[in-house]
Design a binder for this molecule. Sequence first.
Ligand code: KIV
Length: 271
Amino acid sequence: MSTHGEIKRVTTNTLQSMKQRGEKISMLTAYDFSMARIFDDAGIDVLLVGDSASNVMAGHETTLPITLDHMIYHAQSVVRGASRSLIIVDLPFGSYQGNSKEALNSAIRIMKEAGAHAIKLEGGEEVVESIKRIISAGVPVMGHLGLTPQSIYKFGTYTVRAKEEAEAEQLIQNAHALEEAGCFAIVLEKIPATLGKRVAEELKIPVIGIGAGKHVDGQVLVMHDMLGITKDFSPRFLRRYLNLYDDIKTATSKYIGDIKSKDFPNDQEQY
Ligand code: KIV
């Protein structure tokens, strides 16, 4: 609580302090008002309006098709639902690569139209110019290295990244470049735990992992995976806390059955 009795918002400074005192950071994706409200109420530190919305909300195979307008729509809904969490929004594919002025404009649209608190973008040294330009406008930036799904057609597969020494060294170099450019935190996706540990130890800023082992400063999962809504996705790093696909299916079957059998609505459920 703040001195005015309102709920105290998690900020980028809060995350930095958490790293310094060794408190792990909790982060989940969210794309809509209702789920954001539940996660916020449960005490999640960070909500990421991920471009994984392209997969789990829109049903695309990759994150490439989602647009800046779509991301802003999801972000607006999440912002309305959360009063405590720090809300970070992904810059989608095509809204920042290769053009720092466009990157800045995209970040400004997200901050202005959605009321988000920070943006995330994928890549290393090649996006440093954009990161510096966005930060110079007062917008906090989170980096993202390792498996970067917007580059899936360059990688060819979703397998673990940076297993070989050359790629691991490149990742470490990129992580330092992002920190020096002014990122307040980075996400590391699907890399060996030993590499995640090394990056978290070398960087002063928080390192949040998804499939990057237990030694990083915090963890993020896609909400549909954590809640067991996605069914055919079982990477080693995923811990499912519910099996909502089956639970929702069972409930829906029961609902259908109750209607067909004329059990619903009953006398108490009508006017
Ligand atoms: O879009 C997303 O959900 C992400 C997480 C996997 C970190 O970037």
